[in-house]
Design a binder for this molecule. Sequence first.
Ligand code: NAP
Length: 282
Amino acid sequence: MTDVLSGRELAKSIRADVEALAKKLTDEGVVPTLAILVATDDESTAWYVSSIAKAGDKLGVKVVIRTLKPTATAQELQHELIGLALDEAVHGIILQTPLPESVSTADLANYVPIEKDVDGINPHSAGLLVAGQPAFAPATAEAVMELLRHFKVALSGQRVVVIGRSAVVGKPVAQLLLQEDATVTVAHSKTTDLPALSNEADVLVVAVGRSKMVTRGYVRQGTIVIDVGTNTDADGNLLGDVDAESVEGVAGGLTPVPGGVGPVTTALILKHAVLAADQQRR
Ligand code: NAP
């Protein structure tokens, strides 16, 4: 049997921490505030952003959504980010993807000051993370670590294979795993014989963005598999990067999609926002 490593209970306990700290701050006259800058008309993004706003509302975190047109230029987005960076009432900033076609994250990431960079997109935040110094890690990468901690998965000396090397998931998760003394291999689209490499893993973290790519051949008996993937099929259903049916009975544990990494990530974004508010009032 493969254990289902649900993120729901963990997300609930993170949200409880958020609520307690948000209340303390509000009682002291600081309303923790997260700004989300959106420049897309993608419906699933709109749903995701409004779900963060609703969760924030329940927990005492004010979420301000700034919406620009999907045709917005890099300069327009930069101007908006400068405004949010200077606004003392805003403690955390999320630059929501997807961005307009003509704009890349690299054009904008430096405009999110590191103290407000609650999803770790600024390259300086990434540098601090590599140096082992305090900075907000990208929430998804931290969610992977929190799940491993929650389910008491041993990391020290263990072999971990991370499939995917993006700046928001694969690379930061590899750094965080190294800090826990795991032996980490990062694989990507040019990696040869990925199933054989994955078979060496005690823990397999999959962040590829390809529905059900990881099947039984990638997983050896007992491996703990963290599925970061969120892909949608033609009917709008959410699918992971791992074929859960195929690895059932082989993987020692698997995070479900939905209900695994996703809810923990959302809870952590709000946690980072209240921590940022707490740090900025000092
Ligand atoms: P990304 O920027 O597109 O990066 C994908 C990575 O996968 C790249 O490093 C790419 O390699 C690698 N890759 C692609 N095809 C591959 C293959 N056939 N074999 C091995 N590696 C392959 O994606 P991302 O932003 O990291 O996101 C990954 C997934 O996580 C997506 O499904 C995304 O929706 C999901 N996600 C979920 C959350 C959450 O909260 N649950 C948050 C963020 C992202 P190259 O570098 O060589 O191109």
